[in-house]
Design a protein around this ligand. Sequence first.
Ligand code: NAD
Length: 363
Amino acid sequence: MKLKILVVAGDGIGPEVTGEAVAVLREVAQLGGHEFTFSERRIGGVAIVQDGTPLPADTLNGALASDAVLLGAVGGNEFNSLPPDKRPEAGLLQLRAALGGFANLRPAFAFKELTVNSPLKPEVVDGADIMFVRELLGGLYFGQPREWNRTTGEAWNTMRYTKDEVARVARVAFKLAQGRRKKLTSVDKANVLEVSQLWRATVTEVASEFPDVTLEHQYVDAMAMHLMNQPRNYDVVVTENLFGDILSDEAAVITGSLGMLPSATIGGKVDLYEPVHGSAPDIAGKGLANPLGAILTGAMILRLTARLEAESNAIRAAVRKVLEDGYRTPDLARNNPEGYQVLSTKEMGAMVRETVKTLLVNA
Ligand code: NAD
């Protein structure tokens, strides 16, 4: 199959981790006879320095002409004094808006019998595997009116959704659940908010299109507690923008390191894939970054855009195997009481690549 991927590596550790993700994807393409083409463009701080803007037109056009965009991270301390709309992060927000994805997918997982660094008890997180689907274009972050009236000392935001906006993100979540453990949890605050009542009624209506998926509803406050007490009870979780922002960050605790987490934003003109972490200026350029979040982000490209399920699974299995064999990047081996073999970014990338190769050749 043919796939055009635009790589916007960005700042800090962005180029280091996307470099490893691209190398794994190249390996998969070569083994399977697929034609993946990779182009590179600038975004964020590096684009501010070289092009005078965090999102050059050339980058946006390149993104719109691709099948998928792989983004590293943006941001750097040297840009912190710029106004918000001129900073590296503005480039990312503009790109997300232009691509128009409404469903943000963020897995949170702990490989079975292989807890890496989570502060939660191993018996609580072991094997937890949750896919968050956060609605990304509606709710409080976009609703009008919004204002901080400094004269009267009042401020307000508007949580607004249309039935269609809820239904389309619900369908994404139900379809994902069909390919997993067939359970969907919809999170709202329907005991207080009318928007949540619309949300609950719409998700319930859409459920009739997916009779093989079990739907349950949870209030967001209870969900915040259940996620930490019994994360293994959840499969796919769908929720609105603000609740999803908070709950998916909370669930990141299950995995133990920000460097492990991938994400995808789908439903727009072009799918956008990015590891969850930022540009990590404190470790940039030192070979200390964990590339597994970026590599798993590559696996999401294969599953969701390329529909190469077996290859995507092979990458995930390779990441598990490498961890199982006792290899870690420094973020996963603080103090290292277990005596893990600590690898650099490049070494970890190469280890995953070799393992993917072995798994695919022997499949
Ligand atoms: P961060 O995610 O960059 O780093 C938080 C901590 O996690 C740091 O200690 C860092 O070293 C560590 N870390 C992050 N990714 C890691 C990895 N792959 N391997 C090992 N350790 C890792 O968040 P921050 O420090 O709050 O922000 C730094 C910059 O990144 C800021 O400019 C911020 O605006 C930007 N940022 C960008 C994005 C994005 O591009 N999507 C997301 C968050 C933050």
